[in-house]
Design a protein around this ligand. Sequence first.
Ligand code: MRU
Length: 371
Amino acid sequence: MNIQGQAFRTIWLKPGDLTRIQIIDQRHLPHQLFIEDLETVDQMATAIKDMHLRGAGLIGAAAGFGIYLATLEAPKNDFFETFIFQAAEKLKSTRPTAVNLAWAVDRQLNAIQQGQSIEEKIDIALFMATQIADEDAEHCRHIGEHGLPLIEAISRKKNGAPVNILTHCNAGWLAFVDYGSATSSIYAAHDKGIAVHVWVDETRPRNQGASLTAWELGQHGVPHTIIADNTGGHLMQHGMVDMVIVGSDRTTYTGDVANKIGTYLKALAAHDNNIPFYAALPSSSIDWQMEDGLKEIVIEERHGDEVKYMEGLCESEIKKVLLTPLNSNAANYAFDVTPARLITGIITERGICKANRESILDLFPEKKQHG
Ligand code: MRU
């Protein structure tokens, strides 16, 4: 997608240097575009854990490149495999909820095993990291194509008046390698000349909606309005939301969707107001082992300071301020699970399905052993 008219991805191999990965350090957005160079698997693990980069698809791509960096760093002797295995564990332990992380690491480990020599394993790791990233972008582009008719249909019904879409957190291109999941259909509709307007939940405590989704929609010229997290229900009651599209960090093959904390409340409000609620996600975010999202999905708990403090631009400087009594406790659950029954449909790279086992497995028949 574009930043000031220039095409960008969120992660890439540094041009002319096979030993460095470059990322947009999202901690500085929307105020500053900062590109960070990463040379070691430890640096990649820190970038994931401390959220220099974030979002399910991007975390997966970053983990793929992390394993590639590990192959470059690993001792070129009998300890090569041990180093890679430890790097894999380190990467997997950074963030628990997004399934793309473990999925990408395991995909890399399986691929590397096929190499006969260390040199060949390094080549395979680079090839696979690039493939994971390219696939993520391509899958998100397809999600946009499949979701577009949903927006077109609402637009027709409204005789071309703007389609009001509510989204939560950032399931935009910054959360993936390109295009985004929830935003991909929105960009496709906007590019086709369909009038759309996006309600952007600010998404406390880290404000990915206010700082990231708003920024990327703005860069693409998509009309949008930032709202406090508690506003969506009111808008829905007053006919100001035509549909909700969110992303997902892990979706069970039975259709339960884990996404940024607060998503469940939006789904309840949408259900109560008969508003279609879609989750848009690439199949890399589907957990083919889990069938009960509420019981099985591990919800990341982050430091309470993310709730107590807030960062923002103040007189040209980024400043952090305390919002709460210093000594109050704060709990910071990063995700929640929306049960399948509240979801109208899941938009994937292969098409749209219902949020249930049969419909998901019909789109992905090669996974049918789980049925
Ligand atoms: O904690 P984050 O920012 O990594 O959370 C992930 C998300 O961006 C959202 O939950 C998003 O809606 C999921 S789509 C990648």
